[in-house]
Design a protein around this ligand. Structure first.
Ligand SMILES: Nc1ncnc2c1ncn2[C@@H]1O[C@H](COP(=O)(O)OP(=O)(O)OP(=O)(O)O)[C@@H](O)[C@H]1O
Length: 218
């Protein structure tokens, strides 16, 4: 298992008292597999994704990423695990404003020591970014920024790709092509993809689908 959640519960403190978001959730994802995570707005999908990335701690339960129990790691250890294994595509793209597209694309791969110019060129071509390499994030449309964010994540060849609505700002044809590329990478590199989506149509293209409802997997 690349990532495994066992009886994971998570609540947030709010002004109205504790808000229970996840209740004893079990979830596992094997190498080479893709899983769609669906659920209504506010059902806890992003919370689950953050936990699976080792960005946050559960209140109870166990989370293993690449065989490591994350509760046994300190912040430095978790950051190293993320750098080594996890690739994130968030709804906010977090591109670096002072770097052009080419430098944004290679940023994480270089940090992880996995920059490969051939692979980056392949991604640039597949994501249709050739003409944009010298532009800065503020000079891009939202859909273009999304493609750069996806390219930046895939450039580092992460074992575990966690993506929150990664094609949400793309037109249907571009979104389909980008999802196909992400699925291709998963197969090609023996990675795994956990993807949040509101689209049943996109969810059906992944190997499996789980639905979050009232804090549990329905
Ligand atoms: N830091 C926080 N503090 C308090 N409440 C939070 C916090 N983060 C999220 N929540 C609440 O937890 C619930 C789950 O949020 P989450 O973002 O995981 O849902 P989601 O399914 O990803 O929603 P969406 O589809 O709208 O992005 C929501 O009710 C949200 O308001």
């Amino acid at each position: 298992m690349l990532v495994a959640l066992q009886k994971v519960s998570k609540s947030y403190r709010t002004a109205e008292g504790p808000l229970e978001v996840l209740r004893e959730v079990d979830l596992g994802l094997d190498v080479g597999r893709s899983l769609a995570l669906t659920g209504e707005s506010g059902s806890g999908k992003s919370t689950l994704l953050h936990l699976a990335a080792g960005l946050d701690h559960p209140d109870s339960g166990r989370i293993e990423i690449a065989g490591q129990d994350i509760s046994q790691l300190n912040d430095v250890g978790r950051a190293a695990l993320r750098r080594g294994v996890v690739g994130l595509v968030f709804q906010q793209f977090n591109l670096i404003p002072s770097l052009d597209v080419a430098a944004n694309l290679s940023f994480h791969a270089r940090l992880a020591g996995r920059y490969n110019s051939t692979w980056q060129s392949e991604l640039v071509e597949k994501l249709g970014l050739e003409a944009l390499l010298k532009r800065y994030p503020e000079q891009l449309s939202v859909g273009q920024q999304q493609r750069v964010a996806i390219g930046r994540t895939l450039a580092a060849r992460p074992k575990l790709v966690l993506a929150d609505e990664p094609t949400g700002n793309l037109d249907e044809a571009t979104g389909d092509a980008v999802l196909a590329l992400m699925l291709e990478l998963v197969v090609q590199t023996g990675a795994a993809l956990l993807m949040v989506t509101h689209s049943t149509r996109l969810a059906e293209r992944l190997d499996a689908r789980v639905h979050l409802q009232a804090g549990r997997i329905a």
